[in-house]
Design a protein around this ligand. Structure first.
Ligand code: FE2
Length: 137
């Protein structure tokens, strides 16, 4: 059972980022499979925590590459605001899951799926293009 299937259009042009994105998609799919079958709350919370740690490292790498590559500061702020908003939403769902909200896992998966596709195709591809070509799409 897969939530997200990798597509070539998700490539940002930056090997390091693309590699992480692919791993992220893999982790997301295992999380999704777990949420479907494993009702043990602790196990699900563990997996989510692991996924969040991976995402944090990924966000930090992106930020580092953007700063090193001279990505315009104002746009970087907008990009980082997207990361922050993502973290807040996921944290909200994590708390809801913890409190036993039965719909939270479905909502969480729908949000994560939507957010990653949108963010990769939007902000991350724009960043990748800038870092590879020194200009905007
Ligand atoms: Fe990003």
């Amino acid at each position: 059972m897969m939530l997200l299937v990798w597509k070539d259009e998700y490539c940002t042009g930056m090997e390091r980022i693309d590699h992480r994105h692919r791993m992220l998609v893999d982790q997301l799919n295992s999380l999704y499979a777990r949420l479907g079958h494993d009702t043990a709350q602790e196990r699900v919370t563990d997996l989510l925590a692991r996924f969040c740690r991976y995402v944090d490292v990924h966000f930090a790498t992106e930020e580092h590459l953007a700063r090193e590559g001279g990505f315009p500061r104002r746009e970087l702020e907008v990009h980082l605001a997207e990361h922050r908003a993502y973290r807040m939403r996921v944290e909200g769902y994590r708390v809801a899951l913890h409190n036993g909200d039965a719909l939270a896992s479905v909502q969480l998966m729908a949000f994560i799926h939507y957010w990653w596709v949108t963010h990769i195709l939007g902000a991350n591809r724009a960043l990748g293009h800038f870092l590879c070509h020194g200009e905007h799409v």
